[in-house]
Ligand binder design. Structure first.
Ligand code: ADP
Ligand code: MG
Length: 871
């Protein structure tokens, strides 16, 4: 650091003082028609926004880096920064520069952050936009509070089971920004930034102003109030505007919902896919047949929280059934719903005071459809559907108010009139009368002047600069009487004149118009205030409409994809006939998906699934999880019939998804996920373990896999689907009475393998790995060689069977497939071969791409050549 302290100009000093309060934001510093940024802000903003970096004198020795963006195009730049996760503080001039003494006063008037955006262009209409806060407490619990500023939703959830559960709760939710205390553990902060990729904001104040106490009406515990307080205080401090639309915080009772940990949310691709991170290809993508943005958002919320109460699920099923029965009525309702505007977000914008006449007209149009929807609901035979209609309040008063006041095609701008209907306000009517009257007088004047002068082309026109004028073409000028007209403007082939009489009328008209525009603006603001008082009712209506939309959507998708209503049982029985994977069947063309049964009676807890690579093991496992989740959100399921338990939790360990971000190895992740399942599952849970043990050496992996199965079998007793490439494990069926082998059928046809994707009882007899390699068109000599090696292994294996029975654990130290056939004289060579053979044995062909297999073979061959010579 230099010892030189620069003496900055007063303006830069002002900048630095304000910037000190907004260290983690880009400070947009208003200067005339520009927002300027200085110092480091300027350097990094010029990079992020690709704008030119300049510099200016600021009183110091060195010039100050600076960049600026025009005020009128700021919105795009702000959006760009906020979408990248940055915060922007808007600092405006708060006094008139003309009258200011010294430096113009400036203040930050708004903070725009990823979690608090309100602009339509920055929001995904089908997704909530949450700001969250996390507070940790001494008893080890955490409380997460959520706010969606655009819809007014507030909710909070208490998490008792530690930090991982916090991450799981937040994972895949549309949380853009999290407010935390600066004392939150460093490693937790890192998790939030890197694993969830959210913007962090620090805020320690938790006080809630008196006039917002109604937001706390559902909260009882001190910690709940304190956690929500942090969130709310942050919103108040940053937003500096009306928050009248915020709803009381709802307690999310997590134990009332199926719990899905982070791994399952990701692996099952419920709302987004692992690879592309988009909705396309996810379960949500398949089942979303909602027609409103509100419905789409609600569906996503339901999908994030499958229910545990059979009663509540059945309520949803009954409604879906009701909608399903009547196609035409359902289509009619869908049509009506399509014209319902986003009432929820509109309420938010009404509260913020930034709706225009067009928004309010859309609100009116939406309200005009509500009586239809009520009636259409009553047209259904199902009483349950009819009952839905009772909760729908058409808000007649509000409709009438809008209908009487607003002109249907009013412009977006609210400052130029044309908003309010005649007859709504008598003062306005008077002004308009005066103005219209004046215009009529002018039309008559034109007629009179024409007659008097005998100039047929004479006309009276208007422009902003000269006001009303009489225009006469040059050819006719000689017909004008002297003295009566005063020349105002000369055009190429005409002259424009005024008369005192015309000017007098003009000022009357303009005055009336100006007053009427001012009055219209005032009336519109009043109207907006009146609409504000309807916000809670609008929000309730929005809720009802969303629910109807989601349920009709379930009916629509169920009909479209031939889903059926499942039955629940308390006996932990799973019995699915002809089940399908909802997403894969959609992606595959021409109905080629092969349906399969799942049979797990009360006393069968584990299905051990074998079968060649690519046969459909993972698909079959996921299918059960997705089917259960669909059932528990109240949607029908892809199968002919299903009997299901209500699962309290679903755990998954499904391969390939390396946790690259956290930098853990595949095997470590595998073990973490397995451990998570084993320690948290109950007998009412569903566990999917897909080829566990792949990430380590054969014996390690096999031993762990077997131990895990045994542990689950003895201690956890959750319904478990366990796929494996270790055929040795299938012998467990003999000793574990709740375990059953099944396999995915494949057939050999003319020397290659044909996948039938059919689940059958018993273990698979072959691994078909070599056939898969053949399908992948590896060179034929290589395939032949692999077949020979395999044969050799299999022979050796029968000679020395590996005993994996639990009782013989002591023997396991001697595990070896390789039988040394070398005689003593060639001991050296035999040792080498021994090692080589072991290496070949440990190659996991099933795990390899053809290219990897080639490379591996090349490496082995080279080793051999190096040792023995030859080419
Ligand atoms: P595995 O886990 O046994 O290697 P996957 O479950 O990943 O196999 O399935 C591989 C591919 O086989 C899937 O991507 C899908 O295209 C196809 N498949 C799986 N199950 C079926 C099925 N039941 N019907 C039709 N195709 C299927
Ligand atoms: Mg698989």
């Amino acid at each position: 650091m230099s010892t030189y302290t620069p003496t900055y100009t007063p303006m830069i000093q002002q900048y630095l003082k304000i910037k000190a309060d907004y260290k983690d934001c880009y400070l947009f510093f208003r200067m005339g028609d520009f927002y300027e940024m200085f110092f480091d802000d300027a350097i990094s903003a010029s990079r992020e926004l690709e704008i030119t970096l300049t510099s200016r004198d600021g009183g110091s020795k060195d010039k100050i880096p600076m960049c600026g963006i025009p005020y009128h195009s700021a919105a795009n730049y702000i959006r760009n920064l906020v979408e990248k996760g940055y915060k922007v503080a808007i600092c405006e001039q708060v006094e008139d520069p003309k009258t200011a003494k010294g430096v113009v006063k400036r203040e930050v008037v708004q903070l725009i952050t990823p979690g608090t955006v309100m602009e339509g262009t920055m929001l995904d209409e089908k997704e909530n936009n949450y700001l969250a806060s996390i507070s940790g407490y001494e008893d080890g619990s955490f409380i997460i509070s959520y706010n969606d500023l655009s819809t007014g939703e507030n909710s909070i959830a208490t998490i008792q089971s530690g930090w991982t559960a916090v991450l799981s709760e937040l994972f895949n939710r549309p949380v853009k920004e999290i407010v935390i205390s600066s004392s939150l553990l460093e490693e937790h902060q890192l998790d939030l930034k890197e694993r969830l990729q959210v913007t962090l904001s620090y805020h320690d104040e938790t006080e809630i102003a008196n006039n917002f106490e109604h937001l706390l009406s559902n909260l009882k515990k001190e910690n709940e109030i304190n956690s929500f307080g942090r969130l709310f205080n942050y919103i108040q401090k940053t937003q500096k505007r009306s928050l009248d639309h915020l709803k009381p915080a709802q307690l999310i009772e997590l134990n009332k919902y199926m719990s899905l940990d982070m791994y399952s949310k990701r692996n099952l691709e419920l709302t987004e896919t692992i690879m592309r991170k988009g909705k396309q290809g996810s379960l949500l993508w398949v089942i979303d047949q909602t027609v409103t943005a509100m419905g789409s958002r609600m569906l996503k919320k339901w999908l994030e929280r499958p229910l545990l109460s059979e009663r509540l699920i059945d309520q949803r099923f009954n409604l879906v059934d009701g909608f399903l029965e009547q196609f035409f009525e359902r289509e009619t309702i869908r049509d009506s719903l399509r014209s319902i505007y986003d009432l929820e977000r509109l309420s938010g914008r009404v509260a913020f005071g930034n709706v225009n006449a067009r928004d309010l007209n859309q609100l009116k149009l939406s309200l005009s459809k509500i009586p239809d929807i009520k009636k259409q609901l009553k047209d259904f035979a199902s009483e349950r559907v009819q009952e839905l209609s009772e909760g729908v309040n058409p808000l007649d008063d509000l409709f009438d108010l809008l209908d009487n006041s607003l002109i249907e095609d009013a412009p977006i701008t609210i400052k130029e009139g044309g908003l309010i209907k005649d007859g709504f306000n008598s003062q306005l009517d008077d002004y308009r009368y005066a103005s219209r009257n004046g215009k009529k007088w002018i039309a008559e004047l034109e007629k009179k002047e024409k007659q008097e002068t005998n100039i047929r082309s004479l006309k009276i026109g208007y422009n902003r600069v000269f006001g009303y004028y009489i225009e006469v073409t040059k050819a006719n000028l000689h017909l004008l009487p002297e003295g009566k007209y005063e020349r105002k403007q000369t055009l190429t082939n005409a002259e424009r004149y005024i008369t005192p009489e015309l000017k007098e009328k003009e000022s009357l008209i303009l005055e009336a118009e100006e007053k009427s525009i001012d009055l219209e603006y005032q009336l519109f603001i009043d109207l907006r205030e009146q609409v504000k008082t309807y916000i809670p009712q609008l929000q309730a209506l929005a809720d009802k409409i969303s629910e109807i939309d989601v349920l009709q959507g379930f009916a629509t998708v169920s009909e479209l994809n031939r889903y059926n209503r499942p039955k629940f049982n308390d006996d932990r029985e799973v019995l699915i006939r002809q089940g399908r994977h909802p997403v894969i069947e959609k992606v595959m063309k021409n109905d080629s998906f092969v349906p399969n049964d799942v049979e797990m009676p009360e006393d069968r807890n584990i299905l051990l699934i074998t079968g060649p690579n690519m046969s459909g093991k993972s698909t079959y496992m996921r299918q059960l999880a997705l089917t259960s989740i669909m059932a528990q959100i109240g949607c029908f399921v892809p199968c002919e019939s299903a009997v299901l338990p209500i699962f309290d939790q679903i755990f998954t360990r499904i391969g390939a998804a390396d946790d690259l971000v956290s930098g853990q190895s595949t095997f470590m992740v595998e073990m973490l996920e397995a451990n998570h399942a084993i320690t948290n599952a109950t007998e009412n849970s569903l566990i999917l373990l897909d080829e566990i043990g792949r990430g380590t050496s054969t014996y390690d992996g096999m031993a762990l896999a077997q131990a895990i199965i045994e542990y689950l079998h003895e201690n956890v007793q959750a319904k478990t689907l366990f796929s494996t490439h270790y055929h040795e494990l299938t012998s467990l069926e003999k000793t574990l009475n709740q375990l059953k082998n099944i396999h995915v059928r494949a057939e050999e046809y003319e020397g290659s393998v044909v996948f039938l994707h059919q689940i059958q009882d018993g273990a698979a007899d072959k691994s078909y790995g070599i056939h898969v390699a053949k399908l992948a068109e590896l060179p034929l000599p290589l395939i032949d060689r692999a077949s020979k090696i395999l044969e050799q292994f299999e022979n050796n294996q029968t000679k020395k069977q590996v005993n994996l029975d639990k009782k013989d654990e002591e023997d396991q130290g001697q595990l070896s497939f390789f039988v040394n056939q070398e005689k003593g004289s060639k001991k050296e060579l035999s040792k080498f071969e021994n090692k080589l053979a072991q290496e070949i044995r440990d190659i996991n062909i099933m795990e390899m791409t053809p290219m990897e297999a080639m490379n591996e073979l090349y490496r082995l061959q080279k080793k051999l050549k190096d040792k023995l010579g030859g080419s």
